[in-house]
Structures are given as C-alpha cells and as structure tokens.
Design a protein around this ligand. Structure first.
Ligand code: 5AD
Length: 440
C-alpha cells in the first residue's frame, strides 16, 4: 500500500503563481509526498494566493471558509496559506482562520516541506514571512510541471518600479535576476525532455540583465534561447513599456521562434493619470513604443492591462483611455476596476471614483474592446495558421490551441494532437477566439 502523504495545491492569480505552485509541488514531492487533485483526502492543503486586488484576497478567505470542514473532519490535515496574500496579510490570517498552520510568502517553495513538517510536529503554526534581508534563492531543483510541452521559466523575481497602485513590490520584494547560464541550462534540459514552448516570467521581464555578465540584456537572452534546437516557441510576460528597447523589437523580428505577441500593460491612456500612477511614461511615449513594435516586419499582436477608476480619473481621462485602445487596436485587453491596496502611495490620493462609476467605465471599455477584437478576428477568416494544440476545448469543439500571436483557435481533431503543432484553416470567429478546420 502506498502510504505517502498527499498534498493538494490551489493556485490563485498570475502565471508566476502557477509556476510557484509547480515549484512547491516539486519540493513536496522531493520530500516524499504525492500530489492529489482533490482537497478531500489530502494530508496537506495549500492555497497559493494573490493580493493584486482586494477581490483576490476575499476569494482566498472565502476558500479558507470552505476548507475549514476538511480540517474539522480530519484534525491532522495541515492547511497552508502561501504567496502574495500571505505575505501581505501575515498573521491576520491566523486570527481569521485559526486552523491555518503554515504561512509563507512567495518564493518559499524550498522551505514549504520544512514548514509542513514543523507544523505537523509542533501542532502550532509554522511561519516564514521574511523578505529582502534574506533573499530567496532563484534556483530551484524541483519543479513538478503540470504541462508536458509548455513550461514557465523564472528569469527574474520582484520589482524595482514603484507604481502607486501596486502592492507587488511589497509582496515579492526587489528585482533579482537569474544567471543567464542557468536559464539556458534549464531550457536546454526541458527541450531534451520534449518541451516545445517556454514562457519567460518576470515582474518586469524585459528589464532583465544577467547579474554577472551585464552585457546580456533581455534581448540578448532571447536571442540565445532562440538558437536552441527543438525549442519552437518562446513567450515572455510582462514587459514594461520603458524597457522595450529597439534591440528587443529587432530580436522578435529576426527570431521566428520568439512569438509575435507582446503583452505590454498600459494601465491608462491619460498622461495625467499615468503620472499619478508613477508609470514613468506618457501616453505619447507609450504610443511611440507601440509604433516601434508595429513597424516590425513581422506583424506583432499587442495586448495590455488597463485600470479604470484610478483616484482622480475624470471622464476626460477615461476618454483618453478609450481613444488609446482605438488607436492601438489591441488584440486583447485585461481591464480592472482600481482596487485600493495597503501600503501603496495611491491610497493617499484624492478623487476616489465611486464603485458604480468604475463599473460603468469598465463595461464601456470592455464593450469597445470587444468590437475591436471582433474586427481583428474577422480578418483571420480563410487564413491557414500554425497552432500548438494545448488544451481540450470546453464547448462544442474537441481541441483548442494557440497561434504564435496568441489567438485561441477551437477545432475538432484527435487527442493525439495534444502538445503538437497543427495547421488549421480559420472558418469562423468571435471577439475572443477563432474557429478552425484541421488541414491535411
Ligand atoms: N487595482 C486594480 N488593478 C490592479 N493591477 C495591479 N494593481 C491593481 C490595483 N491596485 C492590475 C494592473 C496589472 C495587473 C496584473 O493587475 O493592470 O498590470
């Protein structure tokens, strides 16, 4: 009989959190435990949390409320809250959910097995919320990856920017870059295992510089990765507009394995609001960067994040955001209502926008963007696209995949195509995805 203890991890938030969960899973498995897909029956339940907006924090607390009954049924279950929300809320979590017995911030994957063991042995909370003064190692030897053909890769951790709305510098700390030799070694090893796509991750991924060989910028790193035989697609997220060098545009242009999609958060189209957000660029400067990207010989799809209802945002500022999305013609936009976050400078700004007005602006923007996407997607009709088949589609189609420029394509085909490349003719579209027919 297999007596190994079982762990269950639930992930909230961004791609970086997903990768952190894979690192935690790798560490726990290395420590002799086995993963399970259900919280029921798990000996260890870990919530890897997000704190970027208040809603994410509430969601984690709500989930803890549900998890409480697993603990009631089996008192020996260890419940852990880790990641950004744990870092931010700290021991407040224990006050609200006293059954939680592991608390750790992000980047603590290697420490989790020890904390779980400590909580089990002492029957008291094991806590590791130290930051900065003791930076966590960026190298992790144990990663239990979910997907056998696409892998997230940490290239940097933390963020040196001080956007006035953002809590991330307080949860993930200062930027630290990984040595490029280690990144290259990891990607080589993944390709040897059959991986065809990597997603380079960093809070401001394009500010990357090798910590010892300063001449190796993000663009040079991409260029080196693009030379790896067998690696078919390289993605990265998220770049900061100010670090989007000409050199980087040139590398995307010159290396077909670097996907022709750039997710470049703008946050607002109003220079006045951008200044209050401390983004470090004006509307004009952002648009210049967009135009440099659009001037590449390969068409490059662009997407962004936008916040509406930032303190002091007037109707006129909001209209600047609308005219910006009209001008850029984004392939997709993730938009959010501004959410006040603890410790952030924006908390002290006057001109709070009522929630109802935030909601109005959000739906107006989303409707407008939907139309833009609908028109862009219409232009794909009849085209033949190469997609990496990476998911079973939900609704009527059996499969789904993505083009290099990140369009989602639903189509019918055999499951044996999962993780492979296929040519698909586009036969239909909506604002959010394309429909296709397998060629040949
Ligand atoms: N309120 C709303 N959205 C936020 N984001 C970051 N902080 C906040 C906040 N306080 C958004 C930004 C960022 C994305 C990951 O989340 O658009 O790019």
């Amino acid at each position: 009989m297999n007596m190994a203890k079982k762990f269950f991890i639930e992930t909230f938030g961004c791609q970086m959190n997903e990768l952190d969960s894979e690192k935690i899973a790798g560490s726990l498995r290395h420590g002799g435990m086995e993963p399970t897909r259900e919280p029921a029956g798990a000996d260890v339940i870990i919530l890897n949390t997000c704190s970027v907006r208040e809603k994410a924090v509430q969601k984690a607390y709500a989930r803890l409320g549900e998890i409480k009954h697993h603990k009631k049924q089996r008192d020996e279950v260890v419940v852990g809250v880790v990641g950004c929300m744990a870092q931010l809320e700290g021991e407040k979590i224990l006050a609200r959910a006293p059954f939680v017995s592991v608390l750790a911030g992000p980047q603590k994957s290697h420490a989790i097995p020890g904390l779980v063991a400590e909580a089990t042995a002492t029957r008291r909370a094991a806590i590791d919320l130290r930051m900065d003064e003791d930076p966590e190692p960026l190298e992790t030897s144990h990663v239990l990856r979910e997907n056998p053909w696409r892998a997230g890769i940490t290239i940097s951790e933390g963020c040196n920017r001080k956007c006035s709305f953002c809590v991330v510098p307080f949860t993930r700390g200062k930027e630290r870059n990984r040595e490029s030799a280690n990144i290259l070694r990891e990607v080589h090893a993944l390709v040897d295992q059959g991986y065809v796509e990597v997603v380079l991750l960093g809070q401001t991924v394009n500010s990357y510089r090798d910590p010892f060989r300063r001449e190796i910028t993000f663009a040079r790193l991409l260029e080196q990765l693009a030379k790896i035989d067998g690696l078919r697609r390289i993605r990265f997220t998220s770049p900061h507009p100010n670090d989007f060098s000409d050199e980087l545009v040139e590398v995307i242009d010159a290396c077909p394995t670097v996907c022709n999609h750039v997710h470049m958060p703008v946050q607002s189209g109003s220079t006045r609001v951008l200044r209050a957000m401390r983004r470090g660029y004006s509307r004009r400067k952002y648009l210049d960067t967009v135009n440099r990207i659009k001037a590449a010989r390969r068409p490059i799809a662009i997407s962004a994040d936008i916040i509406v209802g930032f303190p002091g945002e007037e109707e006129e500022d909001f209209q600047d955001t609308i005219s910006l999305i009209d001008e850029v013609q984004y392939d997709s936009v993730f938009s959010f209502k501004y959410s006040p976050r603890p410790s952030t400078p924006a908390l002290r700004l006057p001109g709070e926008v009522p929630d109802e007005e935030k909601g109005r602006r959000l739906s107006f923007l989303q409707e407008r963007q939907k139309l833009i996407q609908y028109n862009i997607n219409a232009s794909y009709m009849g085209r033949v696209e190469e997609i990496l088949v990476d998911e079973r589609a939900r609704a009527r189609f059996s499969l789904c995949g993505r083009t290099s420029n990140n369009k989602i394509v639903n189509f019918d085909g055999p499951e044996s195509l999962l993780g492979r490349f296929a040519m698909v003719e586009i036969t239909g579209f909506s604002a959010n995805s394309l429909k296709g027919r397998l060629k040949g």
